[in-house]
Design a protein around this ligand. Structure first.
Ligand code: A2P
Length: 350
C-alpha cells in the first residue's frame, strides 16, 4: 500500500449474505480500509451498496478490479476462490477466504484469532477462515482444553439457512408465506428438501463414508486449528428452518478429570465467548440470541455421565458474523497488527 497507511481492500461476494454482514462489521469495528472495492459477479455490476454513509458501485471481479488490492476478502464459491486466491497472493496481496477451497492446504493458515492467531505469522498470501460451525466449536473447546486434554468430540448441529446463502433465506421465507396462505410451497431450489416446518440431515454433499462434507469439514478443520491431528471426532450436521445463527449440541470427552466448575471458569475467561447458563431461570442461548452479535454463546453445560471424564454443552453463534465476516476481519486485523502485509516474496513460493 505505497504512500498510504490504510490498505486498499476488496470484497469479493459483496452482494451476498456474508458480504452484507462484512460491510456492517467493518463499519462497526472501524476497520482501517483506505480504498474499498465491492466486487461480485458480472450480474451485479452497477449495483450500489452503502458503506460508511456512502454509495459504492459494485464491479465485476477481474484482474483489473483486484489489481493493487492489499487485502481481499472472498465469500463467493469455491471456484471463485480458486480462480482469484492465487492471483491475489502472487501479486503480493493477502487473500482471506471464507470458502473451503484452501482450508486444508498445508501452506494455508486456518485461523480463529482467539485460538490460533499465531498461525497468521506463516501465511504466504492466502489465509482461510473455518466453516461457520467449526469456529464456535473450537473457541469453546479451546477454553475447555485448559482444564484437561481433549480426547473425543461428538456434535450435532442445527444450522440456519443463511449458511447456504441469501437465496436459501429467500426460499425459506417464500415457503413460509405460501404455507401461511394455505398454498403448497414451490419445489425447493437451494436446499435438497422443503425446509419450512422441516429439518434436513444433510448439509453439503455426501462422502463415501456416509458423512457429509460439512461434517468432515468440522472434523478436519477443528483438528487443524487446535493443532490436534488425532482428535477423535464425529458430527451430524442438520439444516433447520432458522434464518441466522448456527447451534450445536456437543459432547466432549477428556483424558483426565475436568470438573464443571473449572470448565465454567475457563469458558467465562475466554475472549470472544459468553456463558449464558442458568437453565432454571430459562437462560441459555438460542440462534436469536446470537443474531447480530459477535460473541460465541455457550450454555447447558453439564456432566456427561456416560463416560469417565466428559461434559455436554450447547453452543450458538451468528454464522454470518463470527462464523464468517467477523472472523475474516479479525484475521485481517491480526495481519495488520503483526505487520504481515506485503508478502510478495513469500507468495512466489506457493
Ligand atoms: P452475485 O450477487 O453477483 O451473484 P450468497 O452466498 O449469499 O449466495 O452470495 C454469494 C456471493 O458470491 C454473491 O455476492 C455473488 O455475486 C458472488 N459470486 C457468485 N459467483 C461469482 C463470480 N463468478 N465472481 C464473483 N462473485 C461471485
Amino acid at each position: 500500500m505505497p504512500g498510504s497507511a490504510r490498505p486498499t481492500v476488496a470484497v469479493i461476494g459483496a452482494t451476498g449474505a456474508v458480504g452484507a454482514a462484512f460491510l456492517r462489521v467493518a463499519e462497526e469495528r472501524d476497520f482501517p480500509a483506505g480504498e474499498l472495492r465491492l466486487l461480485a459477479s458480472a450480474r451485479s455490476a452497477g449495483r450500489r451498496l452503502r458503506f460508511r454513509g456512502e454509495d459504492h458501485v459494485v464491479r465485476e471481479t477481474s484482474e483489473e478490479t483486484l489489481a493493487g488490492a492489499d487485502i481481499v476478502f472472498c465469500s463467493a464459491t469455491s471456484e471463485v476462490s480458486k480462480r482469484w486466491g492465487p492471483v491475489v497472493a502472487a501479486s503480493g496481496g493477502v487473500f482471506i477466504d471464507d470458502g473451503s477451497a484452501f482450508r486444508m492446504e498445508p501452506s494455508v493458515p486456518l485461523v480463529v484469532p482467539e485460538v490460533n492467531g499465531d498461525d497468521v505469522e506463516w501465511h504466504r498470501g492466502i489465509l482461510s477462515i473455518p466453516n461457520c460451525t467449526t469456529t464456535p466449536l473450537v473457541l469453546a473447546l479451546h477454553a475447555m482444553r485448559r482444564v484437561a486434554p481433549l480426547a473425543r468430540v461428538t456434535a450435532a448441529t442445527y444450522q440456519s439457512v443463511t449458511g447456504v446463502g441469501a437465496a436459501a433465506a429467500r426460499e425459506l421465507r417464500a415457503q413460509l408465506q405460501a404455507i401461511a396462505a394455505g398454498d403448497d410451497p414451490a419445489p425447493p431450489q437451494e436446499l435438497p428438501h422443503q425446509i419450512a416446518l422441516n429439518v434436513i440431515p444433510q448439509v453439503d454433499d455426501f462422502s463415501e463414508e456416509g458423512y457429509t462434507r460439512e461434517e468432515l469439514k468440522m472434523q478436519n478443520e477443528s483438528r487443524k486449528i487446535l493443532h490436534l491431528p488425532d482428535l477423535r471426532f464425529s458430527a451430524t450436521c442438520v439444516r433447520v428452518p432458522t434464518m441466522v445463527g448456527h447451534a450445536e449440541a456437543v459432547h466432549v470427552e477428556f483424558d483426565s478429570p475436568a470438573p464443571l466448575q473449572a470448565l465454567r471458569a475457563e469458558l467465562q475467561a475466554q475472549p470472544g465467548l459468553e456463558l449464558q447458563d442458568d437453565p432454571g431461570a430459562g437462560l441459555y442461548p438460542t440462534p436469536l440470541t446470537s443474531e447480530d452479535d459477535d460473541s460465541v454463546f455457550v450454555g447447558r453445560l453439564r456432566r456427561d455421565p456416560s463416560v469417565e471424564h466428559g461434559a455436554v454443552f450447547w453452543v450458538v453463534s451468528d454464522n454470518l458474523r463470527k462464523g464468517a465476516a467477523t472472523n475474516a476481519i479479525q484475521i485481517a486485523e491480526e495481519v495488520l497488527a503483526r505487520g504481515r502485509l506485503g508478502t510478495r516474496e513469500a507468495a512466489r513460493a506457493l
